[in-house]
Design a protein around this ligand. Structure first.
Ligand code: GAR
Length: 223
């Protein structure tokens, strides 16, 4: 296989940044040919900014509270992201609703990880809602971002069993371990030019991902 050209990644975080860390580690281990050009947070106190600093990665806080409107924040964010000319924008615990204009600008070039088995439980408090509904399984989904909240085409999912003893925190911790495996895998596929969004579907090696049997299976079953 021809070696791919190094991809430029920009990662957006709002919180602790454990998913960011898994991506920093995957870059360091050369799991894929990419460089994190910048980490940007809407929250100046985000732990993810510190993780980036420790990894000598440019890190920038763009506090949404200093903007008059969602539109003006998204415009400034987009200008900042574009100054790094990324191939891929990665939402890693970025807890902001994005304007359709922003999303359209990065269509097919922006991924998100969401802590549920999408299309189940888009939005907030996914683990609490899954437990309250008596679900037997929970999980996480990496997907391309489209204007519909948590509604873009799925790339990879991880499933975990919900134990009778699980509470919101224990389930979140279980799922997070799997998030740290599936997000670098999706980024690896993108960096190898194997993954793209076409006609509203995620394709791996030119085949819609649902035909690969990867979605709806746990990470243990993926390639
Ligand atoms: C992760 O569980 C991620 O799936 C979730 O926030 C957490 C961030 O953790 N994202 C969302 O809920 C997006 N809707 P991290 O900061 O340790 O990566």
């Amino acid at each position: 296989m021809t070696p791919s050209v190094q991809k430029r990644l920009v990662v957006l975080v709002s919180g602790g940044g454990s998913n960011l860390q898994s991506i920093i580690d995957a870059c360091a281990q050369q799991s894929f040919n990419a460089k994190i050009s910048a980490v940007i947070s809407n929250n100046p106190d985000a732990g993810g900014l510190e993780r980036a600093a420790k990894g000598n990665i440019p890190n920038i806080a763009l506090d949404h509270r200093t903007f008059e409107s969602r539109e003006s924040f998204d415009q400034a964010l987009s200008d900042l992201i574009d100054s790094f000319a990324p191939d891929l924008v990665i939402l890693a615990g970025f807890m902001r609703i994005l304007t359709p204009r922003f999303v359209d600008h990065y269509l097919g070039k922006m991924m998100n990880i969401h802590p549920s088995l999408l299309p189940a439980y888009p939005g907030l408090h996914t683990h609490r809602r899954a437990i309250e509904a008596g679900e037997k399984e929970a999980g996480a989904t990496v997907h391309f971002v489209t204007p519909e909240l948590d509604g873009g085409p799925a790339i990879i999912q991880a499933r975990v069993a919900i134990a009778a003893s699980d509470n919101e925190a224990s389930l979140a911790a279980k799922v997070l371990i799997h998030e740290h495996q599936i997000y670098p895998k999706a980024i690896e596929w993108f960096c190898e030019d194997r993954l793209q969004m076409r006609s509203g579907l995620a394709e791996l090696d030119n085949t819609p991902l649902e035909n690969h049997g990867i979605i709806h299976k746990s990470i243990e079953h993926s390639d």
